[in-house]
Design a protein around this ligand. Structure first.
Ligand code: HEM
Length: 405
């Protein structure tokens, strides 16, 4: 596009030097390495810029500035998070709520994701990780993104919620379709189907309580009263959205990096305890969420004039890849002395499931490298990914020597 035609698509209050063409879903910069491609914005674009694409929105590219936006609930709202705006009437609790409504719901959910509760799930998670590895190990190769990366968090989610594990395959298929490239109509259909399934399960817990998160939520109180049926459904659906795709894609990008770096594999095999640091480094290098906000009160930040109704995107990968924050940000360095990332966002909405997600990643990395100590990207194949609100890795073909019989 010419400068003139770009200008015509941009509001008057955006300065000429703040206009920069960038696509939220598919930008040429993403082709070779998604996160590295993103980080070229640090060299090419202003710290905060406005792109006319996808309905027009601001992009904040530096860690310190993102932190300011994400923590500021006076000027920025979570009510609308879609780019382009969807104006959806559906409210995901607590994600779409602002203060003062947000906190009571967040508290009700957070107490079930504390480290002690999550740690108790560790043996089950190891069992599931091994079950998935069992299914592929003798083949000497697999498509990891769908077969392992996406399947693992589905099983964890079902364990956590107390959903019937014999329905694993049915849920896995729904999840793959929901997060895959499908039509809006079909996604709405699948959303309705999932909400109905959750609804039936919540209803059962009311008369047949069990030791699971669904029962705990049914018995939860907010502002001194039980959650309404709509609130329960909304929370259940958010957990489904928030905990599956994110873990699956972070695992996919992480295992791609591992497959490309045999020395990292050696480190993890020799010292499984360093998986903890590796996961933190992978979260920094392979962040996947472009966290958004809608402006609710005019505000100026670093020369950018945000107006009410503007969409603002904080690509969280640019936090971890910010060279003002982390030296040599492209390099995966388990021993990094200071590490800063925003993979789980920051501020009042910081991810509730971060402890669980970290544990899922650590367990899969430990079990995989214990049983498949050397693996690589299958020759002749190429991984594929796409950007958007949550960056997705759609396929990743891995190969290794078959175990001796
Ligand atoms: C690697 C995996 C994950 C990533 C990268 C991730 C990322 C995020 C991010 C960036 C937010 C912040 C939204 C904001 O600032 O507005 C968030 C919120 C949230 N996440 Fe996660 N998440 C992951 C896994 C999970 C899991 C496993 C669960 C639970 C099963 C979960 C549940 C939630 C919930 C409930 C919120 C809303 C918190 C609030 O609004 O107060 N997430 N997540």
């Amino acid at each position: 596009m010419t400068d003139q035609s770009l200008r015509a698509l941009v509001p008057d209050y955006v300065k000429d030097e703040q206009i920069f063409e960038f696509d939220h879903f598919m930008d040429r910069r993403f082709e070779v390495d998604l996160q590295k491609g993103y980080s070229s914005l640090h060299r090419e674009a202003p710290d905060i810029f406005y792109t006319p694409r996808n309905g027009g929105f601001w992009v904040v590219t530096r860690y310190d500035l993102m932190e300011k936006v994400l923590r500021d609930t006076e000027h920025f709202s979570n009510r609308e998070l879609d780019i382009p705006k969807s104006n959806s009437p559906f409210v995901m609790i607590p994600l779409n709520l602002d203060p003062p409504d947000h906190l009571p719901f967040r508290m009700a959910l957070m107490r079930h994701f504390d480290p002690k509760t999550i740690r108790a799930m560790e043996p089950k998670l190891r069992e599931w990780a091994n079950r998935l590895i069992d299914a592929v190990i003798d083949k000497g190769e697999c498509e990891f993104a769908e077969g392992v990366g996406a399947a693992f968090p589905v099983s964890v989610f079902m364990e956590l919620m107390g959903l019937p594990l014999e329905r694993f395959e049915e849920f896995r298929v729904i999840v793959l379709e929901y997060f895959g490239p499908t039509t809006l109509e079909r996604r709405i259909e699948l959303q309705e189907h999932m909400m109905k399934v959750m609804w039936d399960e919540f209803e059962q817990r009311k008369t047949d309580p069990r030791d699971d998160l669904m029962t705990k939520l049914v018995n939860e109180k907010v502002k001194g009263r039980p959650l309404t049926d709509e609130e329960l459904q909304s929370i259940g659906f958010l957990l489904f959205i928030a905990g599956l795709d994110t873990v699956a894609n972070t695992l996919g990008f992480t295992f791609r990096q591992l497959a490309l770096h045999p020395t990292l594999q050696d480190r993890l095999v020799a010292d499984p305890e360093c998986a903890q640091n590796f996961v933190e480094e992978a979260l920094r290098r392979c962040s996947i969420v472009q966290q958004t906000r809608v402006v609710k009160k005019d505000f100026e930040l670093a020369g950018a004039h945000f107006h009410v109704g503007d969409m603002v995107s904080c690509p969280l990968m640019l936090g971890g890849m910010d060279d003002r924050k982390n030296d040599n940000p492209d390099v995966i360095d388990i021993d990094r002395a200071n590490r800063s990332h925003l993979a789980f966002s920051t501020g009042p909405h910081v991810c509730i499931g971060n402890f669980l997600a970290r544990m899922e990643m650590r367990i899969m990395v430990q079990e995989w490298t214990r049983r498949i100590p050397r693996f690589w990207i299958k020759p002749g194949t190429q991984a594929h990914w796409r950007a958007g609100g949550v960056a997705a890795l759609s396929d990743l073909y891995l190969q290794w020597d078959k175990p001796q019989a």
